[in-house]
Structures are given as structure tokens and as C-alpha cells.
Design a protein around this ligand. Sequence first.
Ligand code: UDP
Ligand code: MN
Length: 576
Amino acid sequence: MSLAESVLVVCSMCRRRCGCGLQLTPLYLLLLALLLLLLLSAHTQPGSGRHIPRGSRQHGQFPPQHSALELIPSDSFSEDQFIAATARAARPRSRRRVYRLLRAARRTQDPREGSKPVQLKPAPPESQLERQGLEKRGFNEVVSERISLHRRPPEVRHPLCLQQEYSQNLPTASIIICFHNEAWSTLLRTVNSVMDTAPKKFLKEIILVDDLSDQGHLKAALSEYISKLDGVKLIRSNKRLGVIGGRMLGAARAIGDVLIFMDSHCECHNGWLEPLLDRIANDRTRIVSPVIDVIDWKTFQYYHSVDLQRGVFNWNLDFHWEPIPEYEQKWRKSPTSPIQSPVVSGGVLGINRNYFQNIGAYDPAMVMWGTENVELSLRVWLCGGSLEVVPCSRVGHVYRNHLYSLPDEEIVVKNKIRVAEVWLDSFKEIFYMRDTPAYLLRKTEVPDCMERMQLRKRLSCKNFHWFLTNVYPELSMPEDKSRHSGVARQRFLLHNIGTGYCAGYQTKWSTGGHPVALAPCSGNGNQSGEIIHVSTGKCIEAIKNGTSKDLFLRPCNKYTTQQLWRLETVTVMNKR
Ligand code: UDP
Ligand code: MN
């Protein structure tokens, strides 16, 4: 897979919370192609897996590798604000790793290192290690570990941003970083980058919320590292809260005027904080987002988005970025002007602390992870606030490859259903038309949204039609809308030539994903399909096994009709 492809795959895989800010312009593609040629010429090692990085052979300038490990006693260990001491003792193997990480951290603790370019050590032939890291985290931890914990992203702000002056009396910020089993390097690079870039007078505190991590490096070693940093607090939860609950826990402890929620694998640009605080200082009902750049999950290279983008969602309630519409472009006075955005990404956002609590924080009945950014965004727009992306503020985020770190799909669906039930009014029908798992789940389980409906009433929020008219008119009414009027509409069928059957969702599905079922081609709801890009490069094959027929991913073989599919359209009459 090429570098450009790998970025695009991640973009397509990570839409639920963060989307992907990178637009590949022709110039960009040219540069990427050149880079690719260089990389290809540097690679001689054949046949590593599709998503598995080839190590760091392309980085010929690494200093020599470090020698044997030396154990360092954790003498200065001091417990922080623990909610619960559920720490499990680290296993001996991970302990060795913890000490190695601590040593590495001490070497890079000098902030002056921040201005140095990325420092990488040579890698032993460790594709096995890389693969393990990738499967555990969804990004290449081996490469991340070789990068300074204080690296600074390149300066990519618009020149006018550098001339901006901000008040000396901006509100203060509490940065809340919630994590579950985050890698040592990415977590500490996030913390360090905030400390290295946020002016002391505006940085009230950094609150790390450990969401019941069980990996050794996040126990004593992390506490020790954090205890030496000024103004960094560590809260450990004794139950798994997910990012939604974890952020609310952090928010409840925060004392800054503004909350900045940040994922645990980010890198901040110089001057990222002030423009965000400035916008909130002028109007406390604004939710603000920096421009979120892409840190590549495979190479940790920093890609900045060139075009200005805003956050939006589709009828599946999946978040993504898109270029700003022309009217927004005209309305903006300068390249530094903020961009109104229908949705903010889940990765990094700022909000006035009191306003956050007054409008109902996050929906506490939404669990773990996913669509919380869409819910918050809709609520803020509909209940009197606004959302914007501030172009002079930039933060990089590692868009994980969710092929490896797939979240529990059923949880995300449940969260989406809550958003639809509380905020979409009758438009929720379109969502259910689009999202078959949600449709099926909703039939068996009716969520209790009473409290959120009451909140909506209490805050005198507007309806979703207002949002569609005033905030996001570009959300096109799909052909599914015809369902409401009872007219005929078209659906697609994925028809297997070999078996004569069609693919569809199974009506019963488990938390492991959505099994695909083959059945006679009826054109009913669960056979209307989207075309899926199968990134393994394999083909979907229908295999008859006695009376049952199953689908498998198999090496492509053009001689079997069981791998032959035809996309058919059928016309369905809908009932009103
Ligand atoms: N996270 C958490 N608890 C969880 C799942 C995620 O604290 O159960 C943290 C995670 O470490 C990260 C943030 O929540 O800091 C968002 O998760 P992730 O980065 O996986 O989401 P994505 O950016 O891929 O949408
Ligand atoms: Mn993330």
C-alpha cells in the first residue's frame, strides 16, 4: 500500500469521532509520489504485510543503537490524586520495558530538545515487534518510541496567524487527556507538547484521566514521570468509563475557565492555545476546535491539511471533514477568521467549563466511545451556542488504523441511536433507513432518553429542521426520503452469480461485528448494500456448505463464479 493510500485508508476508517483533516491536493499527491519513489528505492526487503510497516530502513541517519538496559529504582515515586488503587503489579517483562521507557524519557525531558528534529534510533529487524504494536494500538508504536518526546511539528500556520496578538487576560485552560492503555511515547509526547507550547499563565493544569488501563508502563512509571511535571494531575478511575465518562470525570475535577478535551496521542503547534481561548473569551457559548492535522499511524510523519475544512456528518451519523462551502469562504474576512462548523471532531475541542456543565456535559447514558462529538455539536447548535474551527490553532492527531483497533461496533450503534432519538425528530427515520444495525437494534431495545428530552425542553432547544435549514443545509435529503411519501425507490443488491443468492446483514448480530448472510434475492431492507472497499486485497467468496451458504475472504480467483458479484438495482414500493 502506498503512503497516499495508507493515509486514505485511515481517513476512511476513522470517521466516527475524528474524521480525517487531510485533503490530498494534486501537489500533495506529486510530493507523496516522489516520497514513495524514494522509499521504494530505499526498500529492498520484500513481502511484508499490507498494513505492517517495514521498519525504519528509510531513515539512514539514526544514531547508533543503545546498549543493554539498566534498571533505575523508582525512588521518587509519589502517588497522585488516586481515586482507586487498582494497579496490578507489572509483569517482569513489561517492567524492564518500563525502565527503558523511563530512561528514554529522562533523556528527552530537557525542553531544549523540543527544537531538535525527530531523532530516531536504528531498528533491529523487528517487523514482529511492529506488528504486535500495530495490533495492540492501531499505530506503529515502534516508530513512535524512536521519536523525541518533545518533537515539534513543522510551522504550517498562515503567516497572518503569526501576527495575531491576544489579550494578556485570556481565560485559563484545563487540558483533559483521557486514556485507556495508551502507548507511553504517544501519551507523554501529548503531555509534553502541551507543556512546551501552552503559555504558563493560561495553562491552569493538565488532567490525565486513566480509564482503567492495565498495562504496566501506565502504573508506577507513569506516576513517577508525572510527579515531576508541574501542574499535571493524574486521576485513576476504578471502573472503565470510556472517553465520554472519563472526560466528564476530568471536567468535574477541573478548575480552569476553559476545558480542552484532547486525545492521548496528539502534538500541539506553537501558539495553538491562545486563538482558542480568545474565541471563547469573546463568547462563552462557542465550542472551538483547532485545525486537526494528521500524524501518520505508520510513519508518524506529520501531514498538515492544506485546505480549510469544517466538520460534518452523514445520515449514518458518522463524522467527517469536508472543504468549506463557498458561502462560508465569502463570509470570512481573512484567512485567520474562524470557520463555522456543523460538528467538531472528538479528538480536540475547547469549551467554557461552566457552559459545558450548564448545557448538560456529555450524555451520561452514551457509553465508552463514539458519536459523542456529534451529540454535543447538535446540542450546542440547537440550544443556543455555536461551533467553529479556528485556523490559527493547529494540533496533530494520530488517526489510528481502526482495522487494528476496532471499537465495539454495537456500542457505537447504541450511542448513535440515542443521538437520533433525542435530536433528529422525524428525520431519525432517514438514519434508520441508512443504518441497518441501528434499525435492527432499535426494534429490540428502546433506549430511555427521558432525561435528555427533558434537558432539551429545559434549554428551549430548537428542532432538527432548524439545524438543517440554518447550520447544515448541505446535508442532502437522500432518496430514502421517499420512504416518507410512500413512492417507489431504488435499492442495490449484491448478487452472487455462483450461488444465485444475495448478500445482506444477518438480522441477529453479535458484538463481534455484522455477519453477512446469503439469502434469496428479495430486495428487503437487510440486503440493500453499500459497496465495501476490502482493504485486505482479498475477494469475497460465497461457499455452499450443505444447505448453508457462507461468505469468506479468499485470495482472488477469476475462474470461480462464486467470487463474481453483480450490483443490481431493484425497485421497492414503500409503505407510508
Ligand atoms: N479512550 C478511553 N477509554 C476508552 C476508549 C478510549 O479513555 O474506553 C481514550 C483514548 O485513549 C483516546 C480517546 O479516548 O485518548 C479517544 O479514543 P481513540 O483515540 O481510540 O478515538 P479515535 O481518535 O480513534 O476516534
Ligand atoms: Mn484518537
